[in-house]
Design a protein around this ligand. Structure first.
Ligand code: SP5
Ligand code: ZN
Length: 370
């Protein structure tokens, strides 16, 4: 399988994040993508290539220009305002309840501030989305990775994998959050519908609900969003992801949320996946964009599912059995020691290869030179 990867993600060098105000070692770190790349290289069945530059037009087809400007300017602006912090995190957010009782006209006139911390709140969802000097370049490269992966599939590949970092599915039209800045999968899906004139499905199997992807396509009938995720009643992003959110207007019925309980195991997850796949099979279209996360893994530090490496192979196999072409894009997954094996298993399943384990380093050809 062809894999698109850019080392530009390394400059999005995240060291700490906060959880309910406490500083902890970051989860969304560069090592994640490097582990996956190293394992796919060791497998021998994947070819790794660089993305091509696609410019900002495909981003602006999905996102507010102000968000793009913010992500580009935030770090230099914070510097210019002498805000000496290892990363930029907001204190206040324009919670919609702040404006309770005010008329929509008055609320619509409220504007972005030019102070760095205020801007971060204006464009941000949460306090756990660190932005650093290299974030803009990395986020742009992740979009190029997604669009290049879509190009490969539009060019005839049955499936291709984009090793996106930072991830994207929490980023909405006008909002970054959840380790995400630009919505790689939404940008790719939008580009595919424009290139083909056909409907596209997005299958989101990250542990978290892709609130950003749902928001972007809420009123669109040309992109069908299907998400399996931890019930937002107990888990981030808390306020979206319920089963009764099905889309509106042209998008009515084109949003399917499948919230799942704590402890969800292989069997429960596969049953939910089959539900999602049946719904996709019932809608027209030839391309599926997969938002692929491994935070469903049993040892994930921020998840509470119980999936095993073996089930990822079966998930890849079942998704490929749809018979559609697959633009597979990396989202979350934070248990670093198993990330490579989990990605490899999923992608081998999607390609119809077996799930034979990688030889341990030092034994056999694949490991002998590492
Ligand atoms: C792309 C992606 O997977 N983003 C996830 C963002 C989640 N951010 C909030 C994490 C909250 C972690 N709660 C920790 C509970 C530990 N038991
Ligand atoms: Zn996630």
């Amino acid at each position: 399988m062809r894999v698109v990867y850019s080392p530009a993600h390394l400059a999005h060098d995240i060291v700490t994040e906060t959880v309910m105000g406490a500083v902890i070692p970051a989860n969304e770190v560069a090592e994640r993508a490097e582990r996956i790349r190293a394992t796919l290289e060791a497998d021998g069945g994947f070819t790794i290539e660089a993305p091509t530059e696609h410019g900002t037009d495909p981003i602006l087809a999905v996102h507010d220009p102000g968000l793009l400007r913010f992500v580009e300017e935030a770090w230099p602006a914070a510097r210019a305002q002498a805000i000496g912090r290892p990363n930029l995190i907001a204190d206040t957010f324009p919670n919609f309840r702040m404006f309770e009782g005010m008329s929509p006209d008055v609320v619509a006139g409220i504007e972005e501030t030019q102070f760095a911390a205020g801007r971060a709140g204006w464009w941000g969802l949460d306090t756990a989305n660190p932005l650093v000097a290299g974030t803009y370049g990395a986020a742009r490269a992740a979009v190029d990775v997604a669009l290049t992966t879509a190009d490969l599939v539009l060019g005839g590949e049955r499936a291709a994998y984009g090793l996106c970092r930072p991830p994207g599915h929490h980023a909405a039209r006008s909002m970054a959050g959840g380790y995400c800045f630009f919505n790689n999968a939404a940008i790719a899906a939008d580009a595919v519908t424009r290139a083909t004139g056909q409907r596209v499905a997005i299958l989101d199997v990250d542990y978290h609900h892709g609130n950003g992807t749902q928001q972007i396509f809420w009123r669109r009938g040309d992109v069908f969003y299907v998400s399996l995720h931890a019930d937002p009643e107990r888990q981030y992003p808390f306020f979206l992801g319920r089963a009764n959110e099905t889309g509106e207007g042209e998008g009515a019925g084109a949003n399917l949320n499948i919230p799942l309980p704590a402890g969800t195991d292989d069997e429960t997850f596969l049953a939910a996946l089959d539900r999602g796949l049946e719904a996709i099979a019932a809608t027209p279209g030839d391309v599926v964009v997969v938002s692929l996360g491994f935070d469903t893994y049993g040892h994930d530090p921020i998840g509470d599912f119980a999936l095993t490496t073996a089930v990822y192979h079966e998930c890849g196999r079942r998704v490929a059995a749809l018979g559609r072409r697959l633009v597979i894009l990396q989202e979350g997954g934070y248990y670093r020691p198993a990330l490579g094996a989990n990605a490899r298993a999923w992608l081998r399943g999607a390609e119809g290869r077996d799930d034979e384990p990688l030889p341990a380093p030092g034994f056999g050809a694949a490991g002998s030179d590492r």
